[in-house]
Ligand binder design. Sequence first.
Ligand code: FMN
Length: 343
Amino acid sequence: MIKTDITKMFGIKYPIFSAPMGPFFTRDLALAVSEAGGLGVLSNVNIVGTDPVEEHKKSIEYMIEHTDKPFGINFLTSRNNPGVKAMIRNIPRIVMGNVRMRDQCKYWLTSAGSSKLLPASKYFQELRANSEVKHFHVAPSVGLAQKCIDANVDGIVVTGTEGGGHQSYERVSTLVLLQQINKYFPNLPKIACGGFATGESLVAALSLGADAVAMGSRFIASKESEFHDDYKSLIPPGSPQDTGLYTGAFGPIRLYKNKYALSHPAPSSKEEMIAYEESMSPEQRAKDLGAYDRVYSGDMETGAVLLGQSIGIIDSIDGVNEIIEKIMKDAENTIRKNTAMLK
Ligand SMILES: Cc1cc2nc3c(=O)[nH]c(=O)nc-3n(C[C@H](O)[C@H](O)[C@H](O)COP(=O)(O)O)c2cc1C
């Protein structure tokens, strides 16, 4: 058995988390991951026509109805995220009022915006003081990790540029970022994210100071994930080169190279990316958001297909339990093999 500070912190069997994947639904995926001994994370759902507060509430209710294991929830704290203030105000209050929600919904992950927004909520402060709830934030650079510490987080998710979906302007690989962050903040609980799909890579993350890994693309390619079958079927034949960093309404994003991605610029510098974003009209932004709805209903050409470079090492679509058990078995074997190198 591999035990880490994070498995102890959340009372979970394995140091494996599912990454949040909004605006899409990940209820069944989160449930399967928590049931398999990892920690499943509910996404900030924002498919057009949905109310994000209602969706978060329904997601949490779904989890407590189907499992007694711990799980997590994500809030995109970007100013551009519709409903963010209402979510931050209402969800902690709802969770506080329900014992099972309070006991099980333990991992509160904020991302893509300020790490200070959630801790500023008085209901969240009350919840944190009266439960085992922990606040983590996604940190794609040393500077942002420091901001998370200033916001008094319980831990960070260290996400490098090879990951799928929205990424930072910094474009540092998970390998280098983990070493950097571990050097400056050795005692801060860390979840490594971006590029993980195997037991060997879990051991690498633990060796570099992480206490767990979070995976997005690996779990999209699972039987339980709610993603369209055509989305999943891009993954086993895919290679890292099939993805690229593009820019759009919410900053840099790693996408599968389809018609939608290729119709967006892939600027080489942070300044160029910001200039492009600022040049977008409200109409263009609204049009871009439609690309998520299209992909959700199966349009793999003009929809935004968010995937990471790790698709190049995923060979099959498997059950979540099978994925997690194999990763843990391979991780333990890798540790044994590495230990045998000591003479
Ligand atoms: C389809 C998709 C949607 C995503 N949506 C979110 C999101 O809503 N919030 C967030 O913090 N990260 C989001 N991400 C990033 C993931 O949480 C995670 O960082 C990434 O998947 C890690 O890389 P991997 O795909 O190689 O595992 C998304 C990624 C994907 C693939």
